[in-house]
Write a protein that binds this ligand. Structure first.
Ligand SMILES: [Zn+2]
Length: 124
């Protein structure tokens, strides 16, 4: 009996693992909506200035993780930086999807190419 039950649960967890691995994709718009749903009221109360300070703190943590951290720590810090950047976009009422498409949707904003051909001394 115990073996049957355990087998049943292992089947469920295998299915969930498959489901999880096939649905591990999130659009920028989905992510911005997720962050808005989770945090908007707190974020709006804190405002852009306070939120920007949190972003800077997270960027500092990313710098430290890139220098000394494990891959897992680096991965977490990238997620945090992206989340705080997205938070500021919400508070400032900026649609990140429109921002990205507007600026990078047609290629490099400097040279207009999909593989940048700007001179090395320039920023892109
Ligand atoms: Zn370019």
């Amino acid at each position: 009996m115990g073996v049957v039950v355990n087998h049943f649960f292992s089947l469920i967890s295998e299915k969930q693992a498959v489901k999880k691995s096939t649905s591990e994709s999130v659009s920028l718009a989905d992510f911005q909506n997720l962050i808005r749903d989770m945090y908007y009221e707190k974020d709006a109360r804190r405002g852009v200035d306070g939120t920007f300070m949190w972003l800077m703190e997270e960027i500092g943590e990313l710098a430290a993780a890139l220098r000394d951290g494990s891959h897992e720590e680096r991965t977490e810090e990238f997620a945090d930086v992206l989340a705080w950047l997205t938070t500021i976009a919400n508070v400032a009422d900026v649609d990140l999807t429109q921002a990205v498409i507007g600026k990078y949707g047609a290629g490099c904003p400097g040279c207009g190419q999909l593989a940048c051909t700007c001179p090395n001394e320039e920023k892109p």
